[in-house]
Design a protein around this ligand. Structure first.
Ligand SMILES: Nc1ncnc2c1ncn2[C@@H]1O[C@H](COP(=O)(O)OP(=O)(O)O)[C@@H](O)[C@H]1O
Ligand SMILES: [Mg+2]
Length: 331
């Protein structure tokens, strides 16, 4: 069977600044990956590398500048607005308190979804479907009945939003930083839930995170992004257990992250980000401890090293940018 989701050469260009100082950044640059059935694929990277933009294009909230998205081998542009798509692909967002209106009881969202998608023929059927999905995430209809969002903890409310996403039996969940607003002590139990949904119900998950610890724990394969590019991708134990790209190595030694609760990043961070996006060659070159002469000139091509894809001149066809080869003439 082919992959469930294929993203092929997906790009998004944003134009920033005013008329006179306009810059175009490729927030997502020719990104290609696929997700199999019953697989957890993680997109990881520090904030501002294009993860959310990629997810938003898959979900249809953002129009790609170029590239294709295929679902079960079919271009999604053909059936974006059809029920089939809504039933198959569901999203879980970062902040569950934004998913639910504070003035509405949480269970009303469940009944609304069941009604909108015609998921049950009778009220008792609706109750049992909702209860079943809530139980799959460790809650129950009885537990949530009559309660408003403020009466839940962040972790409980995120579980509820996952249960709601499961109502239509989707085959793909897209979860963008689903635990960054959840108490650190509860994060693992929520990411474990994705693993359980994948193993027990065959749901695939596109897990988006800047946190490699949770990614290591639950994902089958991982793609590391840096300024719009996938720089390394492969089985999680290979990429995180024995990283090849200097950026993956750096990320594993933990890059401090801005607090996700801070909506706006500082101007300095954003300027640095923009400058890196505009670099020629490898966007990581300026920060790379293993930078060679080619790095600021040419974007490295995808190469395959030890069971994973890596985009780095260290692993170029001739390996001629390895520091020890610098200055040695090509044969
Ligand atoms: N609607 C937009 N308009 C202009 N720039 C955007 C927009 N959305 C995202 N960007 C920029 O694109 C880059 C990638 O952002 P994003 O996809 O949110 O990254 P991540 O989710 O990895 O933090 C950032 O530099 C961000 O500022
Ligand atoms: Mg994001």
């Amino acid at each position: 069977m082919g992959p469930l989701l294929e993203v092929k050469g997906l790009s998004k260009v944003f134009t920033l600044g005013s008329f006179l100082s306009r810059v175009r950044i490729k927030a997502v640059d020719e990104v290609t990956f696929s997700i199999q059935s019953a697989e957890i694929f993680t997109l990881a990277g520090e904030s501002g590398c294009g993860k959310t933009t990629t997810a938003r294009m898959i979900l249809g909230f953002e129009t790609p500048t170029s590239g294709k998205i295929l679902f079960r081998g079919e271009d999604v542009e053909g059936f974006r607005n059809r029920r089939k798509w809504f039933l198959q692909v569901q999203a879980v967002f970062q902040n569950p308190f934004e998913t639910f209106n504070p003035l509405r009881r949480v269970e009303s969202y469940f009944f609304e979804t069941v009604h909108n998608f015609d998921l049950a023929a009778t009220p008792p059927e609706a109750y049992s479907l909702i209860d079943e999905k809530l139980k799959a995430v460790g809650l129950s209809l009885q537990e949530i009945s009559g309660k408003y969002p403020s009466e839940f903890s962040g972790g409980q409310l995120q579980r509820a939003s996952i249960a709601r996403a499961l109502l239509a039996n989707p085959s793909l969940l897209i979860a963008d930083e689903p635990v960054s607003m959840v108490d650190a002590s509860l994060r693992m139990s929520i990411v474990n839930l994705f693993r359980k949904l994948c193993d027990n119900f065959g749901v695939s998950v596109l897990y988006i995170t800047h946190d490699l610890a949770t990614a290591y724990y639950i994902s089958d394969r991982i793609g590391i992004m840096f300024r719009g590019n996938l720089v390394e991708m492969g089985p999680t134990e290979k990429v995180l257990g024995d990283p090849k790209h200097p950026y993956t190595k750096l990320l594993l030694n933990s890059i401090p992250q801005p607090d996700p609760r801070m909506r706006y990043r500082t101007t300095i961070q954003l300027l640095e980000e923009q400058e890196e996006y505009l670099l020629e060659g490898c966007k990581f070159a300026n920060r790379c401890p293993e930078k060679g002469k080619l790095c600021s000139e040419e974007m490295p091509a995808e190469t395959f090293v030890d069971g994973r894809m890596v985009r780095c001149h260290l692993y170029g066809p001739d390996g001629d940018n390895l520091p020890e080869r610098q200055g040695i003439k090509r044969r």
